[in-house]
Design a protein around this ligand. Structure first.
Ligand code: 26V
Length: 841
């Protein structure tokens, strides 16, 4: 039996290997090497040291043949790997020492690594947190995704406006990946389906005349914390089957040869940076089929190396689909089982529906993936046939159940059919063919069951469950906030690193004056670190004594950054109107990328920057308010921001944010939430108590009720609320856009005018304004009592135990995946070591 993989960092070897790598990779001496070269050399050196653990882990899989999770996701927002790997190897400090002995600062070296930004936001980062937890908990798992050559665009702010710049993250190569051409799979697009008879008269189908692309996997190690266990993130790249297909050339079929090459070049070129609405882009469907087909073919082939009976595939594999993007898993598995392994429909259906599980991440109707039949069937002719047959059989079931049940069957078909109105509805396919459907927070799951997916829930109640999201405390506390991490360890021991529930022992210190003082000092130092970042990147001086009020997340109307900035405008009006207006100094910090074509989102960014320009440069308010827009918000700078936040803005229109995860990261770091009863905020309130948060606004039930009645009349508020009216008028009178007073008119209109597509103030910004302003006054009042604030802050950290992705993963394992932890004969608990792992930045 494979020995338990143990990792022992060898500092001297590491140093030698960095020097060697610099020479062999760049033909340079250390003195002449750039920071980027040192980073590359160090990352290679680190990779070399973990390779044994990685191989041992995989060997244990081969020996023990445990059931494996394949987590299929179009996005993995991994961020940087080097520092995080060092943390999980419990080798951060020795690596920092080694680099320092070589004359380099680890922080500067870490900064040389580009973020692996293979995701848009919450959904992709969740996948990354899950991998961290899976490896830490020693579960056999593969993340399967796409090796985009360009990740999430880089955001530049020019004249207050977002400009998108391509993210060429592979420019210097990726030292922490390994290309695995030996595991290449072929993926087929287009062509047509032919049938043929086999012995016994059965009709079989196959695709012919297709275009062909090679899917070549690249593996990245996913290192568990302190356990020598290494899972794998496998991202697929597309390559032409043969760069020059001589056969095609010879036949004069030059065009086809070029087409195949071009197709391959296109498929993995770029991540779609749009999460504001679903667009029926053919290339996106190609991306989906590409990575799903490669991953499922691989899983089946691997299964067959050790097993014969494909009926037992569900005993060895579970395919978790991260949103509907990988839903083609279902017809692809059916195709492989039937066309390549001659299984009958019923058996194939049984296997498929026992392997596939689906997670829903949004209730927003615009986000639902629907593919026009024409496009779908042309690109994936055989897959389309299978989907049609799934739909046909499903509708027979619906009829059988409802025909004589006093129910309008047509209504049921309208809501549940997989193919409807000329479109393939991916969520419906995912639900019908999965054994599990889950939401990502309790409220979200309830809304799915009772509203959005009610008909499906009536049909298959047993499939539905909730799995409240979580985050990894290794990255978002241990790495992001070394000072607080060390303090927590000093007070409750280090077990919180792998069992976050242990952090609740901090409650004992919430009232302790010494603890409060230390906590306050740590927070202050982190705020100084962020202030320095802002000075360097924005050229703005912010006071670390001010309240750091933070909203960092994608820009969406439903997340209501507009509400936040309108409240800033209101506060500024108060200061201007009354020189004696009392408030604590506040720094409002925003970070957000907008989808490139999302007009109102981009205009909101412009508004935030315009308000910042006016307010930050108005000496008459004595710096009481500062507004900062952090350019290019991403995982790496998020870590600095979370550690330095006092107030966490979680202000989505109730019912719209499925869960949220920045709410959890900020809470873990001691920020107090101002928020609506939406997503996981509801559960945060349950854990920390409403008295330690600032809750405001309509409830989700109220929002849904208004929506069912066509909205509300915002003019009632416009006409009656002076403060709101003043702010609204300032959107269109040039206060923040002297050159072009009409600039923000579309935002003004979105709040007051209804259109055929949208009711006025669709996201209830005016409706919630007064309640938000009142909650903000409570925030201000609470901050004035620093003892009370620190107590609340400590309690927030102390009550964040539930929100570890370790807990989430254990729930998925218990209820859906049924995996077993890989064990080793001489298993002993993970080696203890101090958490003084990370020097402060
Ligand atoms: C969002 C939206 C919202 C506006 C309308 C159209 C549209 C289209 C796509 C999306 C993104 C959906 C996927 C996503 O990122 N969901 C996020 O998943 C996180 C992890 O579960 C969760 O914490 C966030 O609340 C949820 O928005």
């Amino acid at each position: 039996m494979t020995k338990r993989p143990t990792f022992k960092f060898d500092k001297e070897l590491f140093k030698r290997s960095v020097e060697y790598n610099v020479r062999s990779m760049y033909r340079k001496d250390m003195e002449d090497a750039t920071a980027q070269m040192i980073f590359q050399a160090s990352a290679h050196a680190l990779r070399d040291q973990i390779i044994d653990c990685w191989m041992n882990t995989q060997k244990a899989f081969e020996e023990q043949e445990p059931k494996q999770l394949v987590y299929l996701s179009m996005e993995f927002l991994m961020g940087r790997a080097f520092g995080n790997d060092a943390i999980n190897l419990q080798a951060y400090q020795p690596i920092a020492d080694a680099l320092s002995e070589l004359g380099f600062d680890i922080n500067a070296i870490e900064d040389e690594e580009p973020d692996a930004a293979l995701g848009n936001g919450g959904l992709g980062r969740l996948a990354a947190c899950f991998l961290d937890s899976l490896a830490t908990l020693r579960y056999p798992a593969y993340g399967c995704g796409i090796r985009y050559h360009y990740g999430m665009f880089k955001q530049k702010i020019e004249h207050g406006q977002q400009v998108e710049v391509p993210d060429n993250w592979l420019k210097h190569g990726n030292p922490l990946e390994i290309r695995r051409p030996e595991y290449t799979e072929e993926v087929h697009f287009g062509g047509y389906v032919t049938s043929y008879q086999v012995d016994g008269g059965r009709t079989m189908f196959r695709q012919e005349g297709y275009q062909c692309v090679n899917a070549v996997p690249y593996d990245m190690p996913v290192i568990g914390y302190g356990n020598g266990f290494v899972d794998t993130l496998r991202i697929w790249d597309a390559e032409p089957v043969e760069e020059f297909r001589l056969d095609s050339f010879d036949k004069g079929d030059y065009e086809k040869a070029v087409e195949d090459t071009n197709l391959a070049k296109l498929i993995t070129e770029v991540l779609y940076p749009c999460d504001d609405h679903y667009q029926g882009k053919e290339l996106r469907l190609k991306q989906q089929y590409f990575f799903v087909s490669a991953s499922i073919q691989q899983a089946v082939n691997k299964y067959l190396t050790g097993n014969k009976d494909l009926m037992k595939l569900p005993e060895k594999y579970v395919f978790q689909m991260n949103d509907t993007h990988p839903t083609l898993t279902i017809p692809e598995l059916m195709r492989i089982l039937m066309d390549e392994h001659a299984m009958q429909w019923d058996e194939a259906w049984h296997v498929t529906t026992s392997c596939c599980a689906y997670t829903n991440h949004t209730i927003m109707a615009e986000a639902l993936e629907k593919w026009p039949i024409e496009l779908f069937s042309k690109l994936l002719p055989r897959i389309y046939q299978i989907v049609e047959e799934i739909n046909r059989r499903f509708l027979l079931d619906v009829h059988a159940k409802y025909d004589n049940a006093g129910v309008n069957v047509q209504d049921k078909i309208r809501s549940m059919a997989i193919i409807f109105n000329g479109q393939v509805r991916m969520a419906n396919l995912a639900i019908v063919a999965s054994f599990s459907v889950n939401g990502v927070a309790a409220l979200h799951t309830k809304i799915l069951e009772e509203e959005v997916l009610k008909d499906f829930y009536d049909l298959y109640p047993q499939k539905f469950s909730n799995k409240t999201n979580g985050i990894t405390q290794r990255r978002f506390l241990l790495h992001a906030n070394p000072l607080l991490a060390e303090w927590v360890t000093a007070h409750v021991g280090e077990d919180w690193i792998t069992d976050l529930s242990k952090i609740s022992d901090l409650k004992l210190y919430a009232d302790d004056p010494k603890a409060q003082k230390e906590f306050a000092q740590i927070r202050f130092r982190n705020k100084q670190r962020l202030a320095a970042y802002i000075r360097e990147h924005n050229g703005i001086e912010v006071d670390p004594h001010s309240i750091f009020d933070v909203q960092v997340k994608r820009l969406h109307e439903y997340k209501r950054q507009l509400l936040n900035i309108m409240h800033v405008m209101y506060l500024y009006n108060c200061l201007k109107a009354d020189p004696n207006f009392k408030m604590n100094k506040r720094t409002f910090i925003f970070g957000a990328k907008a989808a490139a074509g999302y007009v109102n989102a981009k205009l909101t960014i412009k508004l935030i920057n315009s308000v910042a320009d006016v307010i930050n440069n108005d000496d008459s308010i004595n710096g009481m308010i500062k507004v900062v827009f952090i350019e290019d918000y991403r995982v790496s700078n998020a870590e600095i921001i979370f550690a330095a936040s006092d107030v966490s803005e979680q202000i989505s229109t109730a019912s719209k944010e499925a869960s949220g995860t920045s709410n959890m990261k900020l809470m873990l770091n001691g920020a107090l939430t101002i928020g609506t009863m939406d997503g996981a905020n509801v559960e945060i309130a349950e854990e920390v108590g409403r008295e330690n948060m600032f809750i405001f606004g309509l409830s989700s039930a109220e929002v849904l009720k208004y929506e069912n009645n066509g909205g509300y009349d915002p003019y009632e508020i416009f006409n009656n609320d002076q403060n709101v009216r003043q702010v609204l008028m300032q959107l269109v009178n040039g206060t923040y856009s002297a050159d072009n007073p009409e600039l923000f008119r579309p935002l003004y209109d979105s709040l007051l005018k209804s259109s055929p597509q949208n009711p006025a103030d669709r996201y209830f910004i005016l409706k919630d304004f007064e309640s938000y302003a009142a909650a903000q006054r409570e925030v201000d009042k609470a901050y004035s009592d620093q003892k009370k604030w620190m107590k609340m802050s400590i309690l927030n950290t102390a009550c964040s135990g539930k929100f570890s992705s370790d807990r989430t993963i254990q729930e998925y394992v218990r209820d859906i995946w049924h995996l077993k932890q890989v064990s080793f004969p001489e298993d002993i608990p993970a080696k203890k070591s101090g958490t003084r792992a990370v020097p402060a930045k």
